[in-house]
Write a protein that binds this ligand. Structure first.
Ligand code: KG4
Ligand code: ZN
Length: 335
């Protein structure tokens, strides 16, 4: 069973061919980071144009690398939600076209569910029910996962996503985009207790998140009360490393606390981590330690499968196909 997956929801153009939901025959990922870096964040119009320019070539490369022909593909899977509307439209239109021309069934995939599925591509032992934490540039969401294809939202961010906070703090510190990998690296040289940045837990027992206050706290710490001051007060490398480590620890404390709270509440058998921020070394380490204490195994994908990729899309589609959940050409891109 061969599925071709397409992912264009944000700033990676990716196409993959996956066999039987597990075996990755190809997973081509074209990152647009360089195009967006001068702006310190993703510029939707630039993202759409870049997807449009590259999608056909990447489909070709994915099929060639997998050593298959388009006519051999059993289903086309595409992320149709959530994401940037123009970016999603490029992938959805390409997928519908292939589906129509080659008469191959089309399967719509939810981007966040695909991030969770990235774990199943590499780990046999995932058992359900599970608590899944998806932390990316656009989302911070806790799910109760009943099986590969069924996820119920338990909580989500009420303002900034965790990855967005990493990207914005990176910008405040004068570092590059995307901020997560840079802050992760710098934090290793800093003291994570140097600055007591706030941990926002919201109401007692809430499974929602909020990171905009933390971002503002970093902004005031760096710039003081005068936001018009042109230069950051964080002059030395030690300062920047300490701010990075202390900010990162504040984000991770909250993420881990709420994941553990949800895991105990629903008495789950696994914890699944997904999304770009799941690549964070300190988050992986701390969640691993804490999950051992509560005796629930934690799974996270390898770094390449944490950030946006189409293998996770094609993999999840296999289970939807088995359930007969075929979409048809009427599907829409939903931002
Ligand atoms: O899942 P993803 O590739 O795209 C979205 O769906 O948003 O996630 C991108 C996000 C960016 O905000 C980036 O800064 C963050 O993931 N990220 C990290 C790390 N690597 C990527 N955040 C923290 N630590 C990292 N090592
Ligand atoms: Zn993503």
């Amino acid at each position: 069973m061969l599925i071709l997956g397409i992912e264009t929801s944000c700033d990676e153009t990716s196409v993959a061919v996956v066999k039987n939901g597990r075996e990755i025959l190809s997973n081509i990922i074209l990152s647009q980071n360089k195009l967006h870096r001068p702006f310190g964040g993703v510029v939707p119009e630039i993202a759409c144009r870049a997807h449009l320019e590259s999608i056909i070539g990447i489909i070709h490369n994915a099929v060639t690398e997998a050593k298959v022909k388009l006519a051999d593909i059993n289903a086309i899977a595409v992320v149709n939600s959530p994401g940037l509307i123009g970016a999603l439209l490029i992938g959805v239109t390409a997928a519908k076209t292939l589906s129509m021309v080659f008469d191959i069934p089309l399967i719509a995939i939810h981007h966040l569910h695909a991030h969770i599925y990235a774990n199943n591509l590499e780990h046999d032992a995932v058992s359900y029910p599970a608590i899944s934490l998806v932390v990316s540039g656009g989302h911070t969401t806790l799910f109760l996962s009943e099986k590969e294809t069924k996820h119920v939202v338990l909580g989500e961010t009420i303002d900034d996503a965790a990855g967005e906070a990493f990207d914005k703090v990176s910008k405040i510190l004068g570092l590059e985009y995307p901020g997560g990998p840079v802050i992760d690296k710098l934090a290793k040289k800093g003291n994570n207790k140097a600055i007591p940045f706030p941990r926002v837990y919201l109401e007692k027992n809430s499974l929602d998140f909020s990171f905009s206050g933390l971002k503002t706290a970093v902004l005031y710490y760096v710039k003081g009360q005068d936001l018009n001051r042109p230069k950051s007060t964080a002059q030395s490398n030690t300062d920047i490393a300490d701010i990075s480590a202390s900010f990162q620890e504040a984000v991770i404390d909250v993420l881990v606390h709420k994941t553990v709270l949800a895991s105990k509440r629903y008495n789950v058998r696994s914890i699944l981590l997904g999304g770009g921020v799941a690549a964070n070394s300190r988050l992986r380490e701390k969640l691993q330690e804490t999950s051992q204490e509560i005796r629930v195994p934690v799974y996270y994908p390898s770094i390449k499968l944490c950030t946006d990729n189409a293998a996770m899309v094609a993999g999840l589609a296999y289970w939807k196909y088995l359930e007969g959940d075929i979409s048809g050409l009427h599907i829409e891109a939903i931002p």
